[in-house]
Design a protein. Structure first.
Length: 349
């Protein structure tokens, strides 16, 4: 693909199906270098050579859903379940604050124990203790009123990967009681309420095709999210997809670059899953156009239980204690870890 084609994708912020197919399948090293360099240039133009950090608190692995890919799905009897109490969550934040984190991401399964009142209480206490910090929730599909209540309690951002924008693909990843329609409804509600919203998908999930990815990208363009979370699919042995193929780092990096060109201002994490499949996965993610990393702030005793997939890393660079190491690694590729809330560029706070 000539470099002008990549320039055109960059300037039009759009990609054709054939261009996508080419970029995901080619071995043309010049085309791939040009893709990566254009994506990095765009990220540098918007955010400079900065990497934002978010402290991830995986506060419950109970889940009422039964997604076929996920290690904490309801029907996985081998999962050792846990939930953190409000005080434990608040002390994770206090510890994270000391380490320099200014965004806390509370992620969990869809756990009915955490009622709206409990979530609102946790959010408002974090905001009261740390008024200069942003709170991101990633707790799944809820009625609009619940999202509104969390927002009113002070939540700033919400991550809800759409998982796939293709109806039939969605049906192959989830049981019949879940629907793409409801997932999309949630994302639009969150946006209307005023959250900074993140969608996303797994790269290399079973039954994914170039066409479903094309739909994902078009959906991302339409939603105009503030964040996009993509990472490789990694099988978990105790799920129906335990024997499926692993998503690749290469494909994830290509897609990170493409997404950076389509939505230049977006906050794009180099995810834990990317760090799990390759020791330099996250550095490579940054070099491909990502600008966020989310080290783990959960107490060490529970980290090994939030097992979405096999071999999930939980003691290396993803651990918040290793901030120095993270800084060193990012500096080695020319990037600086910053202690700032790191809102989406152009989003008035
Ligand atoms: N329950 C919330 C939700 O549905 O958004 C948040 C927790 S959920 C476990 C977070 C994300 O983990 C999902 O959106 C999914 O994309 C990712 N995930 C789950 N299983 C995975 C796997 N086997 N490989 C890679 N990512 C996975």
């Amino acid at each position: 693909m000539p470099a002008e084609k990549i320039q055109k994708i960059r300037s039009e912020r759009d990609i054709g199906r054939d261009e996508l197919k080419f970029l995901l399948e080619t071995d043309d090293v010049d085309a791939l270098r040009s893709l990566r360099e254009n994506a990095r240039e765009v990220a540098d133009e918007v955010y400079g050579r900065r990497v934002y950090i978010r402290g991830l608190i995986e506060f419950t692995n109970y889940c009422k859903n039964d997604c076929y890919y996920c290690g904490i799905r309801r029907d996985n009897r081998n999962a050792q379940r846990y939930r953190l109490g409000e005080d434990e969550i608040l002390s994770c934040c206090a510890h994270g604050y000391e380490l320099g984190f200014r965004t806390f991401v509370l992620q969990g399964g869809e756990d009915p124990y955490f009622t709206d009142d409990k979530i609102c209480s946790i959010v408002s206490k974090i905001k009261k203790n740390h008024p200069d910090c942003a709170v991101t929730l990633s707790i799944g599909e809820k009625p609009r009123e619940s999202y509104q209540a969390y927002f009113d309690a002070g939540a700033d951002r919400f991550l809800l990967r759409h998982e796939t924008a293709d109806q039939s693909h969605y049906g192959k990843l989830h049981p019949a009681e879940m629907s793409l329609e409801n997932r999309m409804r949630c994302l639009w509600d969150l946006k209307e309420i005023g959250y900074q919203v993140g969608c996303g998908f797994m790269v290399g999930s079973p039954y994914q095709t170039i066409d479903t990815i094309y739909e994902d990208l078009q959906f991302i363009r339409k939603l105009g999210p503030h964040m996009v979370g993509i990472g490789p699919f990694i099988p978990h042995k105790d799920t129906p997809f335990g024997k499926e193929k692993l998503g690749t780092m290469d494909m994830t990096l290509r897609l990170l670059s493409i997404i950076r060109l389509l939505v230049p201002n977006v906050l794009l994490p180099a995810t834990t899953a990317l760090g799990t499949i390759h020791p330099q996965g996250r550095e490579k993610g940054i070099m491909a156009g990502a600008n966020v990393v989310m080290p783990n702030l959960s107490p060490l005793s529970v980290r090994e239980k939030y097992l979405l997939y096999d071999n999930k890393i939980s003691t290396g660079m993803e651990a918040a204690e290793c901030r120095d190491d993270l800084e060193k690694r990012m500096r080695s590729i020319g990037y600086e870890v910053v202690t700032a809330r790191g809102d989406c560029a152009g989003f008035a706070v």
